[in-house]
Design a protein around this ligand. Structure first.
Ligand SMILES: Nc1ncnc2c1ncn2[C@@H]1O[C@H](COP(=O)(O)OP(=O)(O)O)[C@@H](O)[C@H]1O
Ligand SMILES: [Mg+2]
Length: 294
């Protein structure tokens, strides 16, 4: 697969902080690439340098194998983390205004359909919900029919339903053959949408790979969670690793069936039990010692 974007040893400092400390990754054409990390990790700075909004201090960025030139600006679409919509315009007027800024233009009906804006076209920008605003911003980012689209935390602050709605649209964009670079601090979003993920913390990439590779690379296994802490004697010699956290018990196991049999044999009450597989949040905590959403 050809590489559409390559970033080598990118460094960007602000007067008070070095926000990006030598970040490298490459993105094959047609995938959804996720930059996952907590607030302040350096995700926005990284993509704003790539987008030519900010200058970098060091490092190299190649678009289709060459330094970014005029074609780069024409062929990328950007959804910023924070954008104010023009007031006193309708959704349709906004979309048309934006589309007319470009020489290369997406088909307007296609944009409306992709971003599911049919019902909103005559609505004033000031009267749309958070999820609807994100869909409009997404359509604006697609106004020049870009090959490469940057979405900076497109779902932050949305309710779960609006978030799922946006996920669907991101999948549609991918099906159209576009390459998507998405930042998020929601691990489930990265796990669901992204073909490759780079996990960032304090300006560095601390792990990179497909979601499955990332999960396999680190202590895998299933988590058994009990909302009670059994008496200590009952857990003596228990063959799997367990942690008694604030009022609950968590067991990390490579064999759920055997672990449950063993818990039952020891007479432990399983009525509050939940079971889930290892996820990227666990990996993040293992690597950094702190939580993604902290
Ligand atoms: N314009 C700026 N001036 C000074 N510091 C900044 C600026 N933008 C970001 N930072 C700092 O750089 C670090 C990374 O920020 P950012 O890239 O926005 O992270 P993220 O998008 O992962 O939340 C943070 O410590 C932030 O405070
Ligand atoms: Mg950000």
């Amino acid at each position: 697969m050809s590489i559409i974007l390559e970033v080598k040893n990118l460094v960007k400092s602000f007067p008070e902080v070095c926000a990006v400390k030598g970040v490298s990754f490459s993105i094959p054409r047609g995938i959804c690439f996720g930059l996952l990390g907590p607030n302040g990790a350096g995700k926005t700075t990284t993509i704003e340098v790539i987008e030519m909004i900010l200058n970098n201090d060091a490092g190299e960025i190649l678009y289709k194998g060459k330094p970014r030139g005029a074609s780069f600006r024409e062929e990328v679409g950007i959804q910023f983390q924070n954008t104010e919509l023009p007031q006193y315009l309708t959704v349709k007027e906004t979309l048309e205004t934006f589309r007319n800024l470009y020489g290369r233009r997406a088909d307007i009906d296609d944009l409306i359909e992709t971003c599911q804006l049919e019902e909103l076209l005559d609505r004033d920008n000031r009267k749309i919900s958070g999820g609807q605003k994100q869909r409009l911003l997404l359509a604006m980012a697609l106004a020049n029919d870009p090959e490469l689209v940057f979405l900076d935390e497109p779902t932050t602050g949305l309710d779960p339903q609006a978030r799922r709605h946006l996920w669907e649209i991101v999948r549609t964009i991918k099906r159209k053959g576009k390459t998507v670079v998405l930042t998020t601090h929601y691990m489930e979003e990265a796990q669901i949408l992204c073909d490759r993920i780079a996990i960032m913390d304090y300006g560095e990439i601390i792990a990179e790979g497909t979601p499955q590779e990332l999960l396999n690379r680190h202590r895998a296994g299933t988590r058994i969670h009990l909302d009670i802490i059994p008496e200590k004697e009952k857990l003596e010699g228990f063959p799997w690793q367990w942690f008694d956290n604030d009022g609950f018990l968590e067991i990390h196991t490579d064999s759920v069936n055997h672990s449950i049999e063993e818990l039952m044999r020891r007479g432990i009450d399983l009525s509050s039990m939940t079971i889930r597989s290892h996820n990227l949040e666990d990996l993040f905590i293992e690597l950094t010692g702190h939580q993604l959403r902290a």
